[in-house]
Design a protein around this ligand. Structure first.
Ligand code: ASP
Length: 419
């Protein structure tokens, strides 16, 4: 009998995870089977995520250094850099616009009011975050002692330091040839370890989903159902229709080809709710399955994992309008424009970890005078919504790599391409 491929095993793992989670969730709260199931899934899921985080920083650092050095050498850095940022901005703007239009049309908070959630908000104090504080925190966080940022997995600061090292390697020329070779070899080595970790992915993903499904509070779905449906709907429209259409128009890669190459990363993002933890898998899929050149994937994917979050941006905009509904405030066009920009900025600032969007959302709410405490209402349903938005965040990075590769290829006829 032929053994199913890793991709199929991962999908089966996800399916079993959901089914088992439903089964466990249905058991009595004090049942020992339920407790044993919880422990087992916490440990197995924790090991999988821990292994991914173990390789994250070395992979991130080496991939950017090698990517930047090669791009600089071939004088393509400028074009890659510009097209990456343009794509990230346009796709996030489309996501937020979609969220604003859909939430205005469906107004999921209509007929509800803040008083209904007084209990949830009673003991909750949101950390206030002004726009100034946010920017200074964000900008100062970019430049850090590299050992601190490597040790703390401060992804954005690692990206910045690696960019400097990559550029210095090219300027230094042949003098630093050995260091570049070392970085290339280190990258290959870590990717080999990622390949081993992926063998555990079906079990890790199953365990993460068992716990997620079994711990959902279904009673909340009745009161928050409409809002959840709107958010899930917008996220799906963006992830299943808009991003694949842009990809097809620019690169002629069909949605099916993309899904086949990207699904390991999409399912991992769904189960872990963390773009950072998924990064090793995203890089592997982008290079190995979607055939994006190493130097382009090595630059676009790590940068995207920290700044390009379409799913988070659309969620923040939609949630702000929902809370305005609850408070009974009608946001005018100017205020909605503020939400539009703030949602994009807040998603850029959100780190790729579970529920990070909730923290930066405080800023979006405050910018139009909405109560930050209202976040307490969204927290119980966040883990569930985070699954899909993280998958779309990661999808945007892979789509971006393919598009940037196409732009660089077509604008430089002589450029080499592995596609
Ligand atoms: N969990 C998301 C990510 O890692 C961030 C967020 O929206 O909370 O991409």
């Amino acid at each position: 009998m032929k053994f199913p491929s890793l991709n199929t095993q991962i999908l089966l793992g996800a399916l079993f995870g959901v089914l088992l989670g439903l089964l466990l969730g249905g058991l009595d709260a004090d049942s020992s089977v339920r407790e044993a199931g919880f422990y087992a899934s916490t440990i197995a899921g924790g090991i999988f995520v821990g292994l991914l985080k173990m390789v994250l920083v070395p992979l991130l650092f080496t991939s950017i250094v090698v990517g930047v050095a090669n791009l600089q050498e071939h004088k393509q850095m400028h074009r890659v850099w510009v097209s990456t940022l343009v794509f990230f901005s346009i796709s996030m703007a489309i996501a937020v616009l979609l969220a604003l239009v859909a939430t205005n049309i469906f107004s999921p908070g209509a007929g509800m009011h803040l008083g209904m959630f007084a209990e949830a908000m009673k003991d909750f104090h949101a950390e206030k975050l002004t726009v100034g504080e946010f920017f200074s925190h964000f900008i100062l966080g970019l430049f850090q002692n590299p050992f601190t940022s490597l040790a703390q997995s401060n992804v954005l600061a690692v990206v910045i330091f690696a960019l400097f090292v990559g550029i210095a390697l090219v300027i230094g020329g042949s003098r630093y040839r050995n260091f570049l070779v070392l970085m290339q070899e280190a990258f290959d080595l870590v990717m080999m370890i990622v390949g081993w970790i992926m063998r555990l992915a079906p079990f890790g993903i199953m365990a993460l989903l068992v716990k997620l499904v079994a711990t959902q509070d279904v009673t909340l779905f009745a009161s928050m159902g409409k809002f959840m449906a709107v958010v899930i709907g917008i996220t799906l429209v963006h992830g299943v229709i808009i991003l694949p259409s842009i990809l097809y128009v620019i690169t002629r890669v069909t949605p099916w080809q993309f899904w086949k190459g990207a699904r390991e990363a999409l399912v991992t993002a769904f189960a872990t709710s963390s773009s950072s933890a998924t990064l090793p898998v995203t890089l592997r899929c982008t290079e190995k399955h979607l055939h994006v050149r190493r130097e382009i994937a090595g630059f676009v994917v790590p940068l995207g994992a920290t700044v390009n979050m379409d799913g988070t941006a659309l969620y923040e905009a939609s949630a702000a309008l929902f809370i305005a509904n609850l408070v009974g405030v009608e946001l005018n066009l100017a205020q909605q424009l503020i939400v539009f920009f703030m949602a994009m900025i807040a998603s850029v600032g959100a780190p790729g970890i579970p529920s990070a969007g909730m923290v930066t959302m405080v800023m979006v709410l405050q910018s139009v005078g909405l109560p930050a405490e209202a976040i307490a209402i969204l927290l119980p349903i966040d883990r569930l919504l985070d699954t899909l938005r993280t998958a779309v965040n990661v999808e945007g990075d892979m789509v971006g790599s393919l598009i940037v590769q196409e732009i660089v290829k077509t604008s430089e006829p002589g450029a080499v391409s592995s596609r």
